[in-house]
Design a protein around this ligand. Structure first.
Ligand SMILES: [Zn+2]
Length: 52
C-alpha cells in the first residue's frame, strides 16, 4: 500500500499496465516501481497483511 495516496497493490491482480503479472509478490516487484497514482517509490510503500 502506498502511504502517500493509499493506492493498494494486490498481488493476485498484479499491475498489467506496468508489466507486473497477476500473482507477482510484492517482493518480486521491480525496485524501480513507482505508485501509479502519485509516483512515490517503493520506499513509501508499506506492506499490509489482510486476514491471515
Ligand atoms: Zn501513491
Amino acid at each position: 500500500m502506498c502511504t502517500i495516496c493509499g493506492w493498494l497493490y494486490a498481488e493476485d491482480r498484479g499491475l498489467p499496465e506496468e508489466d507486473i503479472r497477476p500473482g507477482t509478490h510484492w517482493d518480486d516487484v521491480p525496485e524501480d516501481f513507482v505508485c501509479p497514482e502519485c509516483g512515490a517509490g517503493e520506499d513509501w510503500f508499506q506492506q499490509l497483511r489482510i486476514g491471515d
